[in-house]
Write a protein of this length. Structure first.
Lengths: 435, 469
């Protein structure tokens, strides 16, 4: 078994890329799991050295390496910090894929993975059914009954809290999005295609509507290709590379069918993975070029709003409040979007924007990390909430559904649901536009 | 794992603070030095001086090597456990103990991150000047053991100029306190200074009191571009001769300029032979005055372009040119060797030219940037450890560079330390007699040679090369 894994590392993880790591340690202060543990095993350069050790056959206990790779959030904050430009995220995903392929996954985790990855996220129909069920559960009063009966007490604590922060699921007929949404300015400045995302299209359906409305108000025509699918990020990050390859191809085809200047996302996690399609398909001759054309068009909605003068064309105003912003790691570290969300928030009248110390550090959500590594995730979240506290903010803005759920969870854990809220940037902007 | 001394150490710190798993040992088997790696037997995180005393006593009794390690950013293999033993961490000894605003001192545990010290004191209008490039992650314990420098060395000095007092655990387990919150103290040998830069070979620093100064009011930045290295060097000399001491005076040579420009497109002229980045800090009117004088001197000595930053963001952009030097070079090849040969300020131009000739002679790629104000250069070789033939040529090139630096009245290392990597060359700088004296000092402190063995002192000195110039 070990030698199989070693061989796979030799074949699929480039020695050049591993050697690019100078071990200078500049990644350490950027790494949330190193900050929490103060342990090199849980640092980027430590993990790279362990990948190298597996590749060179210098470590027998490869499950220790797998463990440290699982503890990694995959936030990729180490990449902008790296002087040598090491592509850590790519190596991490390849290494995880190798372990996944060579391992008997424990039954419980297998069931969770199957349910979330294969069953739910790859299949929009099932996702719809799931959210319909969730909606039924929430609207029918069953949720109240369940909460009263404390049925959730049988589940681990963080799962119970997660259950409490799930947003109201939309009724099915509210979720059907027509394909074209014309510009609401006299001219059409650009035609953009919208990537819906599975969580955004279901649980955060309202946010997608807000995003489309904002883009229309900014003078963009928005096209939503019908045959698009899950981006594949959750698969890729969890070592299910095969699944993500198929999804990538389906999405490339879906977006080729509409002619748009940009492909817009409002979820940093999805955006970053779509942004990496060219890497994912680089060895597939039939797809490499098409993937490159696709990734060149990927852009976050906040960037497009700024580019098209949204804040100059519109008056934005909400009730006086202190707002802070938690970066989406992948939006920041992979797509390089740092200032745009902050500029948009600060353009709103009566908002006092207070920068969150460590906003650039992961909140611990990280895809399904908060389900697979609950302890570390909650430790990171609690430290994050201590920093949120010092901003005295009553609104935490995020730009990715996973982060949004995690921040809601943080507010719930602190018992502050009546004093504090977490909202997606698009919803905040629409709220400010409506006033 | 069955070794009795590991059990004894476990009894001291508790099983959750000693690691012996293969993955942990691997993760602590290296520092930032290329081509040095060795597994320790254990990695240990004591919580206080008392535990360290016990650890040292156990290791001394069993003759187990101890490698004290901050964040492992050393560039001379100073924190690589090449003789096995115990890697000793300070992650549980990372508290700021006291900020004394009357005596202008800060007392800290060794695990505090350098940047945290800077931020803490600057919030109070005070200043801790030493700023090694790794300050965002380096620990103060590491800085003291390596006597780290930084960009502000010319005007403000280096770590040794700011260490007032230390608590040390000796290899026999005893605790010694040196110095005090004192500007003047001549009671006996200066053990504080002896410990600073001792690279973990004499004892374990468990607490330090550092000197602080008032924070400079303001800062200004200037960039000057040259088409000859000599003119850049003349500018440096003339600035000093005109009794101006800039806070930073950084130099970038042509290969570095080209790499930086290729990487970050900051608008550097790729045909320029040299760029100087100069900063002055202090009182507003003095800073303005100095920067204008410096600009005039640069132009007088042939700068083809000068640029004073009007805003902080512009200053930041100018600093980027220097800051990205290492990043830009590191991306050129798998292995990057960052050296720190240092010469008297007046010999900078000669040294840079010699480095270029040496690189050509050995057919290796070396770009040079560094702290021109204090003669501390960073010849940086981009290579590939897997290419055995080239690696050998790289080693020869660096030998030539060390020899040339010494010939010009300089040293083999200005701020990175000797470690294991440069130990074969130490005698070139300090002489056989100097080396013997140092060995005797080491023996007086650590007769069983358990403290960071094989660092500083090599098995044998490298045969001296003769440089034809």
């Amino acid at each position: 078994m070990t030698t199989d894994i070693q061989q796979a590392f030799e074949e699929r993880i480039s020695e050049d890329e591993l050697l690019n790591c100078m071990r200078c340690g500049f990644c350490l202060p950027a790494c949330p799991t190193y900050i929490e543990t103060q342990d090199e095993v849980h640092s980027p350069r430590g993990r790279i050295s362990l990948m190298m050790a597996v590749r060179n056959g210098e470590i027998e206990e490869v499950e220790e390496v797998e463990h440290t790779l699982n503890v990694c959030l995959g936030c990729r904050a180490c990449e902008p910090a790296c002087p040598a430009g090491v592509n850590y995220g790519h190596m991490l995903e390849e290494a995880r894929a190798i372990f996944q392929e060579h391992k008997d996954v424990p039954l419980k985790e297998k069931a969770l993975r199957k349910a979330t990855l294969e069953g739910l996220f790859t299949n929009p129909k099932k996702m719809e059914q799931a959210t319909s069920l969730l909606g039924f559960y929430q609207r029918s009063g069953l949720q109240k009954v369940t909460r009263k009966l404390k049925v959730m007490n049988f589940f681990p604590e963080h799962m119970q809290q997660m259950e409490r922060v799930l947003p109201e699921s939309p009724k099915k007929n509210e979720r059907q999005i027509a394909a074209r949404f014309p510009s609401k300015q006299s001219e059409t400045k650009a035609t953009v295609a919208m990537f819906k995302g599975c969580l955004m299209d279901t649980l955060f359906h309202e946010t997608n509507r807000s995003t489309i409305e904002l883009l229309n108000q900014a003078g963009c025509e928005v096209v939503v290709p019908e045959t698009q699918n899950c981006c594949g990020a959750l698969h890729g990050h969890s070592g299910e590379k095969g699944g993500s390859l198929e999804l990538a191809k389906q999405n490339i085809v879906a977006f080729e069918s509409v002619e748009a200047e940009y492909i817009i996302t409002n979820a940093g996690g999805c955006g970053a993975f779509l942004h990496d399609y060219d890497h994912l398909l680089k060895n597939d001759l039939d797809w490499a070029e098409r993937a490159k054309a696709f990734t060149d068009k990927i852009v976050d909605f906040s960037t497009i709003l700024l580019e098209h003068d949204f804040i100059n064309d519109h008056k934005l105003r909400i009730d006086p409040q202190i707002i802070t912003y938690q970066d989406s790691c992948h939006l920041r570290n992979v797509m390089g979007v740092i200032d745009a969300p902050r500029i948009l928030i600060q353009a709103i009248d009566q908002v006092q924007f207070t920068e969150l110390t460590g906003a650039d550090q992961c909140c611990g959500s990280a895809g399904i990390y908060n389900l697979t590594q609950p302890e570390m995730s909650m430790q990171i979240l609690d430290h994050k909430m201590e920093k949120v506290e010092t901003t005295q903010a009553t609104t935490i803005v995020t730009s990715n559904p996973g982060c949004l759920l995690q921040m809601k969870l943080g507010i719930e854990r602190e018992g502050k649901t009546d004093k504090m809220r977490a909202v997606h940037l698009a919803d905040l902007l629409l709220e400010a536009l409506d006033e | 794992m069955s070794q009795p001394w590991i059990e004894e150490l476990t009894n001291v710190v508790g099983s959750s603070h000693i690691q012996t798993k293969q993955s942990s040992r691997l993760a602590y088997s290296f520092d930032a030095t290329p081509n040095f790696q060795a597994l320790p037997d254990a990695v240990i995180s004591p919580k206080d001086t008392t535990e360290i005393q016990q650890i040292v006593s156990i290791c001394n009794q069993h003759q187990i090597p101890i490698v004290p390690r901050g964040s492992g950013t050393n560039l001379a293999a100073g924190t690589t456990p090449t003789q096995g033993g115990v890697v000793l961490l300070f992650n549980r000894m990372a508290e700021i103990l006291e900020l004394d605003k009357e005596n202008l001192t800060i007392t800290v545990q060794p695990g505090v991150i350098t940047q945290t010290i800077c931020e803490t004191v600057e919030a109070e209008g005070l200043f801790y000047p030493p700023d090694p490039s790794s300050m965002k992650i380096s620990t103060i314990g590491g800085n003291i053991n390596e006597n780290s420098g930084g960009l502000r060395g010319l005007k403000y000095g280096v770590t040794k100029d700011y260490v007032l007092a230390l608590e040390i655990v000796l290899p026999n387990g005893e605790v010694v306190r040196t110095g005090g919150k004192l500007a003047k103290d001549v009671a006996g040998y200066d053990l504080t200074k002896l410990m600073v830069g001792s690279e973990g070979t004499l004892g374990i620093i468990t607490e330090a009191t550092l000197k602080l100064i008032p924070k400079p009011e303001t800062k200004q930045t200037l960039l000057a571009v040259y088409d000859s290295i000599e003119q850049a060097a003349e500018t440096v000399s003339s600035i000093i001769a005109n009794k101006i001491t800039p806070a930073t005076l950084e130099f970038i040579d042509q290969p570095t300029i080209r790499a930086v420009e290729e990487f970050s497109h900051v608008g550097l002229p790729v045909d320029a032979e040299a760029v100087l980045l100069i900063e002055q800090d202090g009182k507003d009117e003095i800073v303005k005055d100095d920067i204008i004088k410096i600009q005039q001197l640069a132009e007088k000595h042939g700068a083809i372009k000068t640029n004073i930053a009007d805003t902080e963001s512009e200053a930041h952009q100018l600093r980027e040119a220097r800051r990205t030097a290492l990043s830009a070079l590191a991306r050129l090849s798998p292995t990057t060797i960052l050296e720190d040969a240092t010469v008297p300020r007046s010999e900078i131009a000669t040294m840079v030219k010699a480095i270029n000739e040496i690189a050509k002679k050995h057919r290796v790629t070396i770009a040079t940037f560094g702290h021109a104000g204090d003669g501390n250069l960073h010849p940086t070789c981009t290579t590939d450890v897997r290419d055995k033939d080239e690696w050998e040529r790289v080693e020869h090139a660096f030998e030539d560079i060390f020899a040339k630096a010494i010939e010009l009245g300089g040293t083999i290392t200005g701020e990175h330390g000797v470690g294991e990597m440069k130990s074969p060359y130490l005698a070139w700088k300090v002489g056989e007699e100097g080396l013997q004296l140092m060995k005797q000092i080491k023996k007086a402190f650590d007769p069983n040679n358990i403290m960071n063995p094989r660092k500083m002192f090599a098995k044998s000195t490298r045969k001296r090369v003769v440089v034809s110039s």
